[in-house]
Design a protein around this ligand. Structure first.
Ligand SMILES: C[S@@+](CC[C@H](N)C(=O)[O-])C[C@H]1O[C@@H](n2cnc3c(N)ncnc32)[C@H](O)[C@@H]1O
Length: 531
């Protein structure tokens, strides 16, 4: 019999719980809850198994999936595992009159390997490799699945693999996890395994304008599995909003008859590439004569100090501690300090006058004032920080010369490149782009290209999503990304591009950027490189 409490078909228990415990506690156990509409969508996939008698939720939380299942099926046996006593108590209170649901205070990864289920439904903990005892868990996987995985593997993919293994014949499984592993290096082995066991049927990727999990900055995808022989292909789908899930529901309900729009057979899927290629239009395919960005240069992260509050200086602070300007390294410390795409000596002077933090402490000699400031750092234990402790002396700056071009690390509207005409250093807020010998003479042509929409479109194939529309590029994402082959541009076209570029530069520096000129440059590149 279902009690009224048990019939909760919204996120109220999760909301109440989030008010009751600290965010720290929730983070410790990775307690980010599934929105009820998503839980229902996933439950419906499981419920389509007409032989459904046993269901497992390996990371039970407050039982959102059990609540969704019980709307339609009162009889199946539901088993849950939960590692946190506090949340388990609350879950037990919700399910206290529910005979067919049992929740156990156990770590899922270490028990229950011998049992199989008709349905497995889960929102696993999103622990990265350094947040859990990954050696012991990886051993467990190796022993039971004969699978040796990379030490960087996130815990949620291990939950996923174990559950795929625990599916009964005709069993169904639904997992909601960050999409990250689909496009990461450590995900390759996991993807190989998913290809080999042939159980994966759908990958539904949320399209990031919306944060699916209220307080976790992460991207999400739903993976649906079926242990049947009905299909030997995986269909990829994108969803832009929760409303769109309704449409997908109808399609998925007609499995295996549903007509696939964007499917790839298991033999077609390549575990070694970013699977974004299967669910997102790849911009690079529209262009010809592309080469890796690393043909022209190398992207490296900016200077990491390990204690920005100590190492960064403005003029007032320099005066206060009597530090001579020759012991201060000119350096951009915040991306907001750079507004245009050309950063000139005049821009730097302005920031200096505005007393912005645009210097780094750079004690290259021994003077009384420098020694005093170093002692102050030691008194504040700055020398014992993670990065400073590994340097000799601890206050030495990383040797990283100024780079001619910067690129922003986090982006909302595509990559932002800046020409560092002032020749100053930068912290990790920007990556540095160093040009090789061949491209140094082409710096203006290269930079003109980097300002165009076509360059941003192609770079976007290699971005990482961070949820909420935020994209991050690691240095290697850019090194490996493609760009147009500058050698394929004729002297006449080059001349025309450069003329437009210098005119644009002039307009930008006069405070009135003429976007039409950028569009004209973009037009030339599109004409030359469209396939
Ligand atoms: C992301 S939450 C999902 C909760 C709920 N199923 C939902 O979707 O709203 C993951 C839950 O798994 C629990 N958990 C974390 N590590 C676990 C483990 N090793 N074994 C079992 N449960 C675990 C956490 O305490 C948390 O309640």
């Amino acid at each position: 019999m279902l009690t009224t409490k048990f019939k909760i078909i919204d996120n109220e228990p999760e909301k109440e719980y989030a008010q009751m415990v600290s965010l720290e506690h929730r983070k410790k156990f990775a307690q980010f809850f599934t929105p009820f509409v998503i839980a229902e969508f996933m439950a419906n996939w499981i419920l389509e198994n007409k032989e459904l008698q046993t269901v497992l939720d390996p990371a039970f939380g407050l039982g959102i999936f059990a609540r969704a299942i019980r709307q339609k099926n009162a009889d199946c046996l539901i088993k849950g595992f939960e590692i946190d006593e506090t949340i388990l108590q609350e879950a037990n209170a919700i399910f206290e009159h529910e005979e067919n649901t049992s929740i156990f205070l156990k770590d899922y990864m270490f028990i229950d390997w011998g049992n199989h289920y008709d349905g497995i439904i889960c929102n696993p903990p999103y622990f990265k490799f350094h947040d859990y005892d990954n050696k012991t868990v990886l051993n467990e996987i190796e022993e039971n699945l004969g699978l040796k995985l990379n030490g960087f593997t996130n815990l949620y993919t291990l939950f996923l693999l174990k559950s795929a293994y625990q599916l009964n014949k005709n069993g169904r499984s639904a997992y909601i996890i960050p999409s990250e592993f689909l496009n990461s290096d450590y995900g390759k082995l996991v993807k190989s395994y998913l290809i080999e066991n042939k159980l994966l049927r759908y990958i539904i990727v949320f399209d990031f304008e919306e944060n699916v999990f209220d307080d976790a900055l992460t991207t999400a995808s739903i993976l649906l599995f079926a242990n049947d022989n009905e299909k030997s292909e995986v269909e990829f789908m994108n969803v832009k909003s929760l409303d769109e899930l309704q449409f997908l529901q109808t399609k998925i309900q007609s499995y295996p008859k549903s007509k696939a729009d964007n499917s790839f057979s298991f033999s077609e899927l390549n575990p070694d590439i970013k699977w974004r290629a299967y669910y997102q239009k790849q911009n690079a395919t529209q262009f010809k004569n592309l080469v890796p960005f690393s043909t022209y240069g190398k992207v490296m992260r900016g200077i990491a100090t390990g204690a920005n509050e100590y190492f960064t200086f403005n003029q007032s602070k320099a005066k206060k501690y009597d530090i001579d300007e020759k012991f201060l390294l000119p350096c951009i410390t915040k991306s907001v300090d750079v507004s245009g795409v050309f950063f000139t000596k005049e821009n730097f002077e302005e920031l200096k006058q505005q007393d912005k933090n645009i210097f780094l402490f750079n004690a290259t000699e021994q003077t009384e004032a420098l020694s005093k400031y170093i002692l102050k750092g030691e008194a504040e234990k700055i020398n014992k920080r993670f990065l400073t402790a590994s340097r000799n002396p601890w206050y030495a700056l990383e040797k990283r010369p100024p780079s001619p071009i910067w690129v922003s690390v986090f982006n909302r509207n595509g990559l932002r490149f800046i020409r560092n005409e002032a020749n100053i250093s930068n912290l990790t807020t920007f990556h540095c782009i160093y040009l090789n010998l061949f491209s140094v003479q082409k710096v203006d042509l290269l930079f003109a290209y980097l300002l165009t929409d076509i360059s941003k479109e192609i770079f976007n194939d290699n971005r990482r999503e961070y949820g909420n529309g935020l994209h991050k590029f690691e240095p290697n994402d850019i090194n490996k990304a493609l760009m147009v082959d500058l050698d394929k541009i004729s002297k006449t076209d080059e001349k025309q591009i450069l003329a437009l570029f210098f005119e644009y530069r002039k307009s930008e520096l006069s405070g009135n950027p003429n976007i039409g000129l950028l569009e004209a440059i973009n037009g030339i590149f599109v004409k030359l490189f469209s396939s």
